[in-house]
Every structure is written in C-alpha cells, then in structure tokens.
Design a protein around this ligand. Sequence first.
Ligand code: NAD
Ligand code: TYD
Length: 419
Amino acid sequence: MRDTILSLSLKAKRERKTHSVVVVLSPLPLGEGPGVRDTIRPLSLMARGERKTHSVVVVLSPLPLGEGPGVRDVLERWDMKNILVTGGAGFIGSAYVRNMIARRPDERYIVLDKLTYAGNLDNLKPVQNSPQYRFYQGDIADRETVHAIIEQESIDAIVNFAADSHVDRSILEPDAFIRTDVFGVYVLLETARAMGVKRFHQVSTDEVYGSIPEGKFREGDPLEPNSPYAASKAGGELLVRAYHVTYGLHTTVTRGSNTFGPYQYPEKVLPLFVTEAIDDRPLPVYGDGMQVRDWLYVDDHADAVDLALHKGAPGEVYNVGGDQERHNIDVTRLILQLLGKPETLIRHVEDRPGHDRRYALDSSKIRALGWSPAQDFEARLAETVRWYQTNEWWWRKIKTGEYMQYFKKQYGARLGAES
Ligand code: NAD
Ligand code: TYD
C-alpha cells in the first residue's frame, strides 16, 4: 500500500478561501481495492478521470496546503515503511514492536537498542523470525551507529522509546539519564534532520509535569520535573520541540502515564511487588502509600504511540493517561489478593526523596484523534499478575547479578535484614 502511495504525485495545487484544491496524478486504479480513493480517503474527491496509464483525481480539502497539517501532509502521511524503534527491547518498546508487526504488515520495524540492564531480547522473541523485524545492538548517543542504520535501512520514521527509565536509579546515579534521555535524543534528532527522516516520535512521560494535588495536567501546562529521570525526559522533549520549531522536523510527542503489563522489568513497582510476593517476600511501600498513579495498560500505550505517529499533527504533544487513578497502597493490596498472599507482607519503608504525590492527565487531545484505553484496571491487573505467575522463566533469570546489587542498594537499609 505504502509503495503505491509513494507514487502518487501532486500535479497542481491551489488554495480557495476555505479549502485547498489538489490535482493528483496516480498510476493506481480508481476502483475498488487499494486504489486512489483508498489513499485519499480523508479528503473528498471532487472529480476523477482516467488517462491511459494514470488516474487523475481532483481533491477538495478543508486542510491548508502549506506548512503544518495540510493536504500535502495527509497525502504523505502513509509514506513510511521503515520505522526505527529505539529502545525496542524494553518493556513498552517491545510491546509496540510485537503489536505493530501484527497490525501493519506493510511496515518494517527496525530496533536499535543498547541492551542495558533493562533491554531484553526475550521481549522480542515472538517476532524474532518475522521478515518485518530487524535488530541492531547500539547506543542512540552514538552518531555513527544511528547514521549507519538510517542509511542502511532507508529509515522513514524514528520512534524513540530508548531511555534510562527508573526514578529510583536516577536518584542513585543520574549520569546515564542525562547521557541517554537528553544527549541521546539530541543525536537522534540531529541525525534525523541531517538525513531527511520524515517523522520523529518521542515517547515521553507524565512525570515531566511534576506532581498535581487535584485536577489533571493539560499539554500546555508548565513542565516542573522533580526527579533526575523526569528532568532528563523534559530536557529531551524540549529538544524535540526545538527541532520542530527551528528546523521544521515533523515531530510528535506522547506523555504516557504509569504503564503496566507483561515483560516489565521487575524494578518498577508492579512487577517488583508481584514477583516479590510470589516468593513471600516483603513489599516495600514508600512512605504512607497514599501516592496516586494513573495506570495505563501497555498495549493501550503502544496504540497511542502508533496513532500519534500516523495521525498526530507536527509539533504536537499528546497526553496519554489511562484514567485509572489508584493509591499505591490499594494497588499493593490488590496484588496480594490476586496472589492469595497475606497483607502482613506489606512494609512501609523510608520514602523516595522528592516523591511526586499524584499524577493525573487530561487525555482529551489524543482521544479526539481516536484513541481510547481499556477501562478495567482490575481485570488488566489480574491478567498481568497471571502472566508473571506463568512466566517465571522470564523474570527469575533477571533477578540475579546486577539486579540483586541494585536491590541491595535501594532496599538494603529500608528493609534491613529482610532484604
Ligand atoms: P525500559 O527501561 O523497559 O526500556 C528502555 C529500553 O531502552 C531498554 O531496552 C534499554 O536497553 C534501552 N536503552 C537505554 N539506553 C539506551 C541507549 N543509550 N541507546 C539505545 N537503547 C537504550 O523502559 P520502558 O518502561 O519500556 O519505557 C520506554 C519509554 O517510555 C521511556 O522513554 C520512558 O521514559 C517512557 N515511559 C515509560 C513509562 C512507564 O511507566 N514504564 C511511562 C511513560 C513513559
Ligand atoms: P514506579 O513503578 O517506580 O514508577 P514512577 O516512579 O515512575 O511512578 O513507582 C510507582 C509508585 O510506586 C511510585 O509512587 C513509587 C511507589 N513505589 C513504592 O512504594 N515502592 C517501591 O519499591 C517502588 C519501586 C515504587
């Protein structure tokens, strides 16, 4: 399909007062199937005709011709076949790759991942033999690597999931966060710009806003990040903005809320608590446990990224919240219930410094693009807990070596002899 769209050419264009008129010359047939009509579905056909080898279509569109989300943009929208997914061996990136390979048979997903402690090729096992998939191990902050892959794979779009992503680790050792989440994003943007990559999507987080006692954050609200992780993500995002405004790079950003599901590295609270509770170990709840997080299922997060990439307007930011706010202590109790474990496993331990009390997002902007998340947090959580119960092969081998060193650093003093 995308090849056919590539071959559409704008022959003439004109602007009327409220609409643009575009004449499209295409080697595609007008009729049923993957024809011209299919390609320009979002616009309205004014007139059509057939020449010997081409279809001629006159399109009337309420969109402008010029910069921004105009007619040209719609016609070019599908002109992407080779998607570079950075950080695609992590939790959300791998879900995106697995899901999109199934959903979009005309696109290829090329993963670039450094395979840090959080990167895991087991996450990509379900697609490892797909002709739509390719893997490169490398660092987004390494210009030569990024350049070579973009050239070799004729990359059309970049979706950047790569990040150091855990708040507690950013408090212990912020260096890697600045290097990957800020400088790495810069290298990707600069290479994308220099090499004419058509789209750049940045996967960001609700944490860039900081904490909100009541109400919900909207996209225009100020960024007030409170942890080194959140600050590095905000820095990366601001570079994305600058590359759009200054160089006209077609960028989009999603700010997702706390994400959960299978294949999540067991340092984040949900898989940490599930896997610790399976082993009857204590669950370290920070402070009073009354902090609020808005939970988003991983497949919903991946869908939002896909939607923003394909349909988002250039330069725009989209909040992606699950609308499932829960207190940490309630989620902890639910996990224990689902596993049939006693609440005596709960330990209230020393709080995280700078701990954001509440996150909440107004996601009406991405909903208006056609996104809607699964509403039933409890059912999704039950499925997720079951996944960790039945996939011990995946997480038991992670909880050794480097993981145990981190665990001791983070929880040794908090849990004392129990750690
Ligand atoms: P993750 O830690 O599971 O995965 C990150 C991946 O990036 C890993 O595979 C890692 O090897 C790779 N990576 C790290 N540094 C790299 C580098 N320099 N070059 C190449 N690859 C590198 O993270 P995740 O939870 O899947 O999060 C993915 C993205 O989504 C991140 O950008 C994160 O900020 C954002 N996000 C996460 C959540 C959440 O709740 N997990 C919520 C909102 C936004
Ligand atoms: P986390 O999964 O680290 O995500 P984030 O900090 O990005 O929201 O933590 C989710 C919530 O759970 C957060 O309020 C901190 C809390 N938490 C604990 O109470 N104990 C823990 O051991 C961890 C890792 C998190």
